[in-house]
Design a protein around this ligand. Structure first.
Ligand code: C5P
Length: 221
């Protein structure tokens, strides 16, 4: 095969997005961050005053929303009804509600449809929670990237530049809660696909993980 699809799944903070972006760069593929799509829906729900438990409200909302991903100079740009929300979807407000919003079937059906369309032409590196198990079950290479919760919290903590708004313990707690709701939800939960290669990044650098995945992809070509 000359072009394939690579699926990268795993819990929050395992380094999926950085790794996926770099793998895509090295393979000359397009990187698609599906978490950003769930975040965009969550932002829209917050703005519209729709509760994260309101399934019907969310169904109506996703039916009319227009989410688009664009490749910018600095990486992926997320457009919500043509507004650039790349930064706005990263706030704590969104992060705290996204797992519940993402647990609703109408939301997932709509976004998965979009994700499959984006991957139809191959040459995609897609990261998320259910990519190898549900969105792209035929992906040629599936990676399940994980790390201990302590390490994942510490990495996120460093990213936040110690602005004092949250302690490491709080962050660890929030990550553990998000893992739990992603793993326990009824509709396509976070699970490791049977044919996925598991990589524990606790003791590896980003570049080591990237090299590992690029090597694995070469064995498929
Ligand atoms: O990857 P990120 O941490 O930005 O994802 C935010 C949230 O979106 C996850 O915690 C999860 O609840 C949801 N998500 C999902 N399925 C995906 C990607 C993300 O449910 N494929």
């Amino acid at each position: 095969i000359d072009r394939m699809n690579v699926a990268i799944d795993g819990p929050a903070g395992a380094g999926k997005s950085t790794v996926a972006r770099k793998v895509a760069e090295q393979l000359g593929y397009i990187y698609i961050d599906t978490g950003a799509m769930y975040r965009a829906v969550t932002l829209a729900a917050n703005r519209a005053g729709i509760a994260s438990g309101d399934s019907e409200g969310l169904r109506t909302l996703v039916a009319r929303l227009h989410i688009r991903l664009k490749q910018g100079e600095q990486g992926q740009i997320v457009l919500l009804d043509e507004e650039d929300v790349t930064e706005a979807i990263r706030t704590r407000e969104v992060t705290l509600r996204v797992s519940e919003v993402a647990s609703h079937e109408p939301v997932r059906i709509r976004l998965v449809e979009l994700q499959r369309l984006l991957a139809a032409g191959k040459g995609i590196v897609m990261d998320g929670r259910d990519i190898g198990s549900h969105v792209l079950p035929d992906a040629e290479l599936k990676i399940y990237l994980t790390a201990s919760v302590g390490i994942r919290a510490l990495r996120r903590f460093k990213e936040l530049k110690h602005d004092g708004s949250i302690t490491l313990e709080q962050l660890e707690q929030e990550i553990a809660e998000r893992d739990e709701s992603d793993e326990k939800r009824e509709v396509s939960p976070l699970i490791c696909a049977q044919d996925a290669v598991v990589i524990d990044s606790s003791e590896l650098t980003i570049d080591q993980v990237v090299a590992l995945i690029v090597d694995l992809s070469r064995t498929k070509m």
